[in-house]
Design a protein around this ligand. Structure first.
Ligand code: GLC
Length: 674
């Protein structure tokens, strides 16, 4: 690695002054930094002036400088690359279309536009959903009918088909893969979506590139400057040391974290698959180049940028190489640069790590709510699967005090399924608090969803079993894990109805919790597992493909056949999204309160705004379950009548000692005026 081997460079007087005052000048005016930046702006002044960029840069200059030099202060190229970083930001602003600049201002006026209850998303593979980008615009009507106005297009940039990890091994960050179409096709999709008031999310795969990326090819060809883009080692000494503390991410498909590069007779760090080379962010050139790619996506009109695997971006010997403080510094730096040059683009950090660690991606201390705008609520997602298997919501409840620490101004992506596996990543103490033993409890959940627990209706599989620790995650589609695959195979109508009820229960809980709901394509019509990946050599080593369906539009058309499975799942999902959009109290404004566990089978929370309170109740039991009417008075209110949005019915609130009876796997959305 270049950074660790280079001698300490001499410091200029300015740098020495800065070093001495570091920590004191964050956020405030700093003559040395500001005069330097003023000079830069004057020297590079475009004919139309700097417009809104000027005050934004001046306001954030000291922070950007501080964060950058915290990482690169000792690097010989540190100063030169800082100048490049400023230029990159300036160019990004200059290349930002007038429409996007206008949208930036519009979004700024809405004050955290992304907290709205009116945004609902879907994540989809363009090729598996509709063939290619050209055909996507004609599917927007279907999505809008469902209530989806935000699309996450799974990676569409160039990636070798046989070594792609679903597009997360990118060989060209700026070229749309020909399988999907062209950049012009993407721009048309974006324009059409903007015309329809829809939002767009794309990924930046920040942690690694494909080994076919130009940087990797030049590294293989012997160019030292490009070898410094990655983590190379001459022999196994350091890789062996690293591996003592780095957990295996794909222990079955790609054990270890290093791969041998024949051309160079060296080892390169590959935390994920052997064909995904980890980028070396200790080299500031890598940061600046990747920031340039981030701005390229911003200027395509991306509304939310999904930062893939941010937990992994900084490596340090003797650590897990995950969630390191420097990874947060990098993300904060990226956030401030985006806030200056392309502020309308929000950032989602895809950190699927321990609950406490996920929370840190929203920023801490000075940077609270100034790191990632979004994170996946992966803890809650997994806990819903936990509750569905056990019929007991106590582990879920134990996690809430921690999850509720999410700062105002940030939000969750809430979901039940996505393209990845389900990791049971919640903490042991949460399980213990519910009275269970962690190892046995997780074993039960894994067995329940992977077919080893007799009587389980779920059909799924274990993903990435670690033979050393027996750790494993779970693959399977929402419908199959909720029992639909088995029920349909056995033509058991009662079980089919129950599985549909479970699907809607899972969706409802994630839709009303606060955050932007993200559906996974196919789940809106109940796609079960697809085993065709087993016949494809480029995919059969990765069972996550079982829950990444190829859409058969004849099947999806069945949404119009009354009482078909597709119709029931689609119309239920659609109704939930319609209700959600009508209720401003569902916006994510730190307005969520979990209620006492009056009955361990029922999860209950309240969303409130003004004089409205929405009581959301979810029965995870397979039995009719009683709940005291006191639940509506628990927060000090005394409503006499409540309106239930799903059943469209008004209920009179009973006495404390009387009970409301909740049907198996049903949910209730009671609104009270207080
Ligand atoms: C993210 C993606 C996952 C991919 C990994 C490596 O976690 O969601 O699909 O395998 O990053 O890029």
């Amino acid at each position: 690695m270049y950074y660790s081997k280079s001698p300490k460079p001499r410091r200029s007087a300015v740098e020495q002054y800065y070093e001495a005052t570091r920590g004191f000048n964050t956020i405030v005016y700093n003559y040395l930094i500001h005069s330097k930046i003023e000079k830069f702006l004057l020297d590079n002044q475009p004919t139309q002036g700097w417009g809104a960029f000027y005050p934004r840069l001046i306001a954030n200059a000291a922070i950007i400088h501080d964060l950058y030099f915290e990482l690169y202060g000792a690097h010989p190229q540190g100063q030169a690359e800082f100048d490049n970083l400023l230029l990159t930001m300036a160019r990004a602003f200059q290349n930002r279309g007038a429409d996007l600049q206008a949208r930036d201002l519009e979004k700024a006026q809405q004050d955290h536009w992304f907290l709205s209850n009116e945004i609902a998303g879907m994540s989809l593979y363009v090729d598996r959903f509709c063939g290619n980008l050209k055909k996507l615009p004609e599917k927007l009507a279907y999505l809008k009918r469902l209530g989806v106005n935000f699309l996450h297009l799974m990676p569409i940039f160039e990636s070798p088909e046989d070594e792609s990890d679903g597009g997360y091994a990118v060989s060209d960050f700026r070229k749309v893969d020909k399988r999907f179409g062209t950049l012009a096709d993407l721009q048309k999709v974006r324009q059409k979506m903007a015309d329809e008031n829809m939002y767009l999310m794309l990924d930046i795969v920040l942690n690694h590139t494909s080994h076919h990326h130009e940087w990797a090819k030049r590294a293989k060809a012997g160019e030292i400057a490009y070898q410094d883009y990655f983590h190379f080692y001459d022999d196994r000494t350091l890789p062996d040391l690293f591996e003592q503390t780095m957990p295996d991410i794909f222990p079955e498909a790609s054990p270890g974290s290093f791969s041998y590069v024949l051309e160079l007779k060296k080892y390169v760090m590959t935390v994920f698959h052997h064909y995904q080379w980890d980028l070396n962010y200790a080299n500031p050139r890598v940061l600046v180049d990747m920031l340039d790619n981030i701005f390229f996506y911003a200027n395509l009109g991306v509304d939310i940028l999904r930062i893939d695997a941010p937990a992994f971006i900084w490596k340090q010997l003797g650590t897990t190489c995950q969630n390191l403080p420097q990874a947060h510094t990098l993300l904060r730096l990226i956030k401030q640069c985006v806030a200056v040059a392309t502020p309308g683009m929000a950032l989602l950090g895809e950190a699927i790590v321990a609950p406490q660690e996920i929370m840190k991606y929203f920023g801490t201390e000075h940077f609270t709510a100034r790191e990632c705008d979004f994170a996946y609520n992966a803890t809650q997602m997994a806990l819903q699967w936990d509750a569905l298997a056990t019929g007991d919501t106590r582990v879920m409840l134990a996690a809430q005090p921690l999850l509720q620490q999410k700062p105002m101004g940030t939000s969750w992506i809430t979901y039940t399924r996505c393209h990845d596996d389900i990791g049971l990543g919640y903490d042991d103490w949460m399980i213990a608090q519910a009275g269970f033993e962690a190892y046995e409890h997780r074993k039960f959940i894994k067995d329940y969803y992977s077919g080893s627990y007799e009587g389980s209706p779920a059909v799924g599989a274990l993903f990435s079993v670690n033979p050393k620790t027996q750790d494993a995650r779970i693959s399977g589609s929402l419908a199959s894990l909720c029992g639909l695959e088995k029920a349909a195979q056995e033509s058991d109508n009662q079980a089919i109805s129950l599985s549909i009820q479970k699907i809607l229960l899972m969706q409802a809980q994630s839709f009303f919790l606060g955050g932007v709901p993200m559906l996974f394509y196919g789940d809106e019509v109940g796609y079960t597992n697809d085993y065709s990946y087993l016949n494809d050599e480029a995919k059969n080593y990765d069972n996550r493909w079982m829950h990444r369906p190829i859409i058969d539009w004849k099947k999806n058309k069945r949404i119009d056949i009354a009482q078909s499975i597709e119709n029931q799942v689609f119309s239920g999902t659609q109704k939930l999204l319609t209700i959600r959009k009508k209720l401003p109290e569902v916006a994510d404004l730190k307005n969520l309160t979990w209620l006492s566990p009056h009955n361990k089978h029922i999860a209950a929370y309240v969303r409130n705004l003004g004089n409205k309170k929405l009581f959301c109740l979810f029965n995870f039991s397979n039995r009719l379950t009683p709940l005291t009417w006191y639940i509506f008075r628990e927060l000090g209110d005394n409503p006499t009548k409540v309106y239930e949005h799903w059943r469209e019915k008004t209920y009179s609130v009973g006495k404390d000692y009387e009970h409301l009876l909740l049907e198996p796997y049903h949910f209730y959305l009671f609104e009270a005026e207080v």
